[in-house]
Ligand binder design. Structure first.
Ligand SMILES: NC(=O)C1=CN([C@@H]2O[C@H](COP(=O)(O)OP(=O)(O)OC[C@H]3O[C@@H](n4cnc5c(N)ncnc54)[C@H](OP(=O)(O)O)[C@@H]3O)[C@@H](O)[C@H]2O)C=CC1
Ligand SMILES: O=C(O)C1=N[C@H](C(=O)O)C[C@H](O)C1
Length: 270
């Protein structure tokens, strides 16, 4: 079977470089193009050199249209604005679009779903097996415990991260809300400062820590009277997410157009 031809967008970023490394280490796919924004310092540099795997003869360009036209799929860990544009281009090219980008605003899934009429879009706030399994456990725990158990989601990431709460924290909060059978947006508390009303029963709280080089740590805390349950995941290597993204792309290659999640890829929805 022929190799799946992949484009890495944001190829000079932390995840972009991890994605190139993952593709070169895994069977079934190759990097045929790397894209960065107009004016980027990475333009013209070799994608492999930038990722530390040696020259692969693929210079970074600022032309996603040309790159997508010669590919079967796109690995995209950039910004919501860029990912919305890449989804339109992926739909035009009828290819696979793996979106790991986080920091989405409410309603931004709608244009992605429209693009997924033609593209195979796989989007997740976390591409690791461990976090997606954790989400299942959180859903079960939230369904089993009544609202006397207060749910708080705590996350810590490196100092460069710009969005909060993290995509993973929101994914875990959604799993808790689903388990409880409530709407997340009307029950989530994303910040606390100064004097305020006491915590409302049924709220789901989010707390964000930023600092140093932390790859990603998430805990969901179920705090009851006299006891506390904590479910935690610690990511120790960014390659974890990159390998999950390549696995998603290979899975998406055989699917019909649609809007999928990592849980679909891992068979956790069955
Ligand atoms: N789902 C998951 O498992 C994971 C998700 N993430 C998410 O992935 C995203 C990226 O994270 P990270 O790699 O750390 O961030 P970086 O800032 O290191 O990388 C993002 C890259 O995308 C580039 N970029 C931005 N806009 C465009 C554009 N229009 N065209 C081409 N390239 C563009 C940036 O270029 P420039 O610097 O010039 O702006 C940069 O090189 C974040 O949203 C993060 O939360 C991260 C890890 C795991
Ligand atoms: O920005 C990151 O680094 C990460 N972002 C994702 C998120 O927002 O949850 C996934 C991972 O935790 C790393």
């Amino acid at each position: 079977m022929r190799q799946m031809r992949l484009v890495v967008v944001g190829a000079g970023g932390r995840m972009g470089r991890a994605l190139t490394r993952a593709v070169t280490e895994m069977a079934g796919a190759e990097v045929v193009a790397g894209v960065e924004r107009e004016g980027s310092e990475s333009l013209g540099q070799d994608v492999g050199e930038l990722a530390g795997v040696g020259n692969i003869g693929v210079p970074i360009s600022d032309d996603p249209l040309a790159a997508f036209a010669q590919s079967d799929g796109v690995l995209d860990f950039t910004t919501p604005k860029a990912s919305l544009w890449f989804a339109e281009l992926s739909a035009q090219a009828r290819i696979v679009h793996v979106i790991g980008t986080t920091g989405w605003s409410e309603g931004e899934d709608e244009p992605l779903k429209a693009a997924a009429r033609h593209a195979r879009i796989i989007k997740s706030g976390n591409m690791s097996l461990g976090v997606n399994l954790l989400a299942n456990l959180v859903r079960k725990a939230a369904a089993a415990l009544d609202s006397d158990f207060d749910i708080e989601v705590l996350e810590m990431h490196h100092k460069h991260k710009v969005d909060a709460p993290s995509g993973t924290a929101l994914l875990l909060g959604q799993a808790a809300a689903d388990g409880r059978g409530i709407d997340l947006s009307s029950h989530s508390v994303r910040s606390r400062d100064g004097i305020m009303d006491p915590r409302k029963t049924g709220d789901i709280g989010f707390a964000t820590l930023r600092g140093g080089s932390v790859i990603g740590e998430h805990s969901v805390i179920f705090a009851g009277e006299g006891e506390r349950i904590e479910l935690t995941h610690r990511s120790e290597d960014r390659q974890l997410f990159a390998r999950g993204a390549v696995k998603s792309a290979l899975w998406g290659f055989d699917q019909k157009p649609g809007f999928y999640s990592m849980a679909d890829v891992l068979g956790l929805n069955a």
